[in-house]
Every structure is written in C-alpha cells, then in structure tokens.
Design a protein. Structure first.
Length: 189
C-alpha cells in the first residue's frame, strides 16, 4: 500500500444542529486526519428529488456529485429514523444517481456506521442503507460493522472519543477502509 492520503467524502444523514451522528463524524475525521483528507459533503440544501428537474440539477446537487466523484471513497454516517435511513439521506442518494447514466455513486468504495441512544445502534438503518446502495453499484465494505450505542460524553467538545474501546473500534474501521480502498479503488477509476 502506498502512503498517499486518500480523499474521503463523509455523508452525514442528519441536518440536526445537535446531531450525535454529526459529532461521531467529526470524531472520525479527527481520528483519521493522518490517513485521509476528508470532504464533509453537505446534503441539506437541495430540494426533494423530482424527476421533472433532474435533467438540470440545482447547483447544490452538482456540488454533491463533484465531491463524491472526486473522492476515493465514501463513508456514510447515518442516524436511524423509524428503523430506516432519514429522508435527507435517501434524497441525497436519489439526486446523486440522476440523471440516468451519470450516477456519482457507481463503483465507489464505501463504508457506513452510525450511532443511536438505543442498544442496537443503527443496525436496522444500516441494513436498509445497504439495500439502497447496492442498487447504486457501490462497493461496500462488509466488516467491521459499527452500530454504536451513544452515551453522553462519548465524544467531547473537541471531537475526541473519550471511550478507549470505541476509539479502538473506530481506528480499526478506518484502517480497514484504507485497505478496502487499496483493494477495490482501482475499479472505480
């Protein structure tokens, strides 16, 4: 494996000001700063997908498509809403896949994680996300799976993970993603 830093697009499925998944994403980016250049992809500033306007997407959608297209890989950080992914995230995936034949998702190495106050973390949402992304032909990393149980104080105000066991799991996740990109990334070029 070469020592070149890879560019990773981080897509957080929440627009909430106090999102625990945003805090998790910030912590992940802090942990991986030596390995990756992260691009925090904004997904809350374009309209609901509508086929009537998909042939001429609005500027924020074009920004999304460029950021994903330029990235070596994508990490989704998803909340769980009613045992599924948030509408905001599904909307971004739909926009990125259009117009037909110009999807920014095809053959991108990808991984996912998420956190929730519930004991099962975001297991159901991530399974749903896998189903949605498989139709986009993304190359999904299967392991490690991270369904993190959020506890207040897990990530401090400086985006540092305070639980050493969780920090170790997040570092292992990032290390594996480096290998995943090296293994399958050439396919997306």
């Amino acid at each position: 494996m070469d020592s070149m830093k890879r560019t990773i697009a981080i897509v957080v499925g929440s627009a909430s000001r106090d999102s625990i998944n945003r805090r998790l994403a910030d912590a992940l980016m802090a942990l991986g700063a030596d390995q990756f250049d992260f691009v925090d992809v904004r997904i809350d500033d374009f309209p609901f997908f509508n086929v009537d306007i998909s042939k001429e997407p609005p500027a924020p959608v074009l920004r999304l498509k460029k950021e994903i297209g330029d990235a070596d890989g994508v990490i989704f950080v998803t909340p769980e809403h009613n045992r599924s992914i948030p509408a905001l995230l599904k909307n971004a995936i739909d926009w990125g896949s259009r117009p037909a034949g110009s999807s920014c998702w095809v053959l991108k190495p990808t991984a996912m994680l998420g956190t929730s106050p519930g004991q099962t973390g975001t297991a159901a949402a991530q399974q749903h996300l896998r189903n949605v992304l498989s139709t986009q032909q993304m190359i999904m990393m299967g392991q490690p799976e991270l369904y993190l149980h959020w506890k207040e104080g897990l990530v401090d105000a400086d985006a540092q993970v305070t639980d050493e066991a969780v920090k170790k799991r997040l570092n292992a996740f990032l290390d594996r993603f480096v290998l995943w990109i090296e293994r399958v990334g050439a396919k997306s070029a």
